[in-house]
Design a protein around this ligand. Structure first.
Ligand code: PLP
Length: 460
């Protein structure tokens, strides 16, 4: 690793001033940024990042849920270098192709187990999860047009879901703050409630009963709209950016029953949850669902280069290819050879180090145990995890676990203490969340829990 020297105060202030003056950041309050100066991250290795002052921090968020194999992987840099020197770019439009894209598409189809007797036979590549979900909107509407049911246009999503930030993906997302800017959602996208047991349970209701009731909100919405108008349902297996909302085990089987009953397409948005994060290559394996389309991004390259896409099952692929002619959709970087070469090397690492299995059988259960211990802290009402995503619910009253309106402010304070204590954690509403690199060891987990506990103590 080429570790740069820590910056002097003057050097750091110069970068922060340029940052505030010129860089319009995503999802950032720029007045606060200008006041405080952004934290400058300079390098990273394994599960750690370093800031410009030389502080080492455990990255319990894997960047933005993406650095699955950890930082500093020579094999990924080598794959990018080799591909750049051989063929840095060529497009996949108009009857041309490149070998890394072909090999990656085939490899992903091989990794994704068939469901409901149908294989995933094709992949559409994008550069991001947002573009992949935009692709889904076009794919499902095109499919129904070709099936002679053009009135099937509506896609049902869930409140507090995150499916991306382009206009269509932000519409699929169920974030009120995003919809408030720019007249979203676009027509044809509607939302139902999320399966958030702690926020929406009835008094005395078990998680199992709540899971079934929450799934039936989908059936209610389909019947309200008219089943013949509904094209698809989209959901994240575990809602990530919404605060690591883990649905009860009864939820997904009931959703599966409903989508089958009404013959609507099912999109599993696995941008966070695939590539080992839930202890499986794909999250639909964890919950036993049978999606028609699977959105992926992030972990496919462990974030080393941008790449996303959609896995398409044979039912849809056959209709598109045999009846569809040209699908008028695509991106300059669909199937970018460097991104695909890095993805192949990344899958090699995930496979060679058996990281999905390790999360499922060893480090995931260990994280769950250590994380659950945090419920002895006065600020923590609930601590739950699924594989390598986990969330703490901050409460004022541990006996009732009643919603706490000020919790988001407490979360922001806690997040700052986390950074100072040596761990990156994210605050979302009343929840503090993590999604560590899959290479995290038991010793790393112990160190991370110690930092989180210190931060909680400072917040309390
Ligand atoms: N879908 C999910 C579930 C996500 O979590 C994200 C990003 O966090 C996206 C889609 C959008 O991906 P991207 O930021 O690569 O556009």
């Amino acid at each position: 690793m080429n570790a740069p020297l820590p910056l002097t105060d003057t050097q750091l202030r110069e970068v922060q001033a340029l940052d505030a003056a010129h860089f319009l950041h995503p999802f950032t309050d720029h007045q606060a940024l200008a006041r405080r100066g952004a934290r400058l991250i300079t390098h990273a290795h394994g599960v750690h990042i370093w800031d410009a002052r030389g502080q080492r921090i455990i990255d319990a968020m894997s960047g933005l849920w993406c650095v699955n194999v950890g930082y500093g992987r020579q094999a990924l840099a080598d794959a990018a270098y080799r591909q750049m020197m051989t063929l840095p770019y060529y497009n996949a439009f108009f009857q041309t192709t490149t070998e890394p894209a072909v090999r990656l598409a085939a490899r992903l189809c091989e990794l994704a187990p068939p469901v409901g007797g149908r294989a995933f036979t094709h992949v559409f590549f994008t550069s991001s999860g947002s573009e992949a979900n935009d692709t889904n909107v076009r794919l499902v509407r095109r499919y129904w047009d070709l099936m002679g049911q053009p009135q099937r246009k509506i896609i049902i999503s869930r409140r507090n879901a995150y499916h991306g930030s382009t206009v269509a993906a932000a519409s699929l997302s169920g974030m009120a703050a995003m919809h408030a800017q720019g007249d979203l959602p676009i027509p044809g996208i509607v939302h139902i409630e999320q399966p958030h047991y702690w926020a929406l349970r009835h008094e005395g209701e078990t998680p199992a009963d709540f899971g079934r009731r929450a799934a039936r909100w989908l059936e209610d919405k389909i019947l309200e709209l008219g089943p013949e108008r509904v094209a698809a349902f989209i959901g994240e297996p575990v809602q990530g950016a919404g605060g690591v909302i883990i649905p009860p085990e009864t939820y997904w089987p009931e959703i599966q029953r409903i989508v089958e009953r009404y013959g609507i397409l099912f999109i599993s948005d696995e941008v966070i949850c695939a590539f080992g994060r839930l202890g499986h290559w794909f999250a639909y394996e964890r919950f036993g669902t049978q999606p028609d389309l699977v959105t992926f991004a992030k972990g496919v390259t462990s974030g080393y280069v941008p790449l996303g896409g959609v896995l398409v099952n044979e039912r849809i692929a056959r209709v598109l290819i045999e009846r569809g002619g040209e699908f008028n959709h695509g991106y300059t970087y669909s199937g970018h050879p460097v991104a695909c070469a890095v993805a192949l090397a990344n899958l090699d690492i995930l496979e060679a180090e058996a990281l999905p299995q390790r999360v499922r059988d060893d480090t995931g259960p260990y994280l769950a145990r250590r994380f659950a211990e945090l419920t002895d802290h006065p600020l923590v009402g609930v601590a739950e995890s699924c594989g390598f995503v986990a969330g703490l619910m901050l409460v004022r009253d541990k006996a009732t676990l009643q919603p706490w309106p000020e919790a988001w402010e407490v979360g922001m304070i806690c997040r700052a203490h986390c950074f100072d204590s040596g761990v990156v954690m994210r605050a979302v509403g009343d929840r503090m969340i993590i999604a560590p690199p899959l290479v995290m060891t038991r010793a790393d987990i112990d160190a991370m829990i110690a930092c989180i506990r210190t931060a909680l103590d400072k917040t309390w």
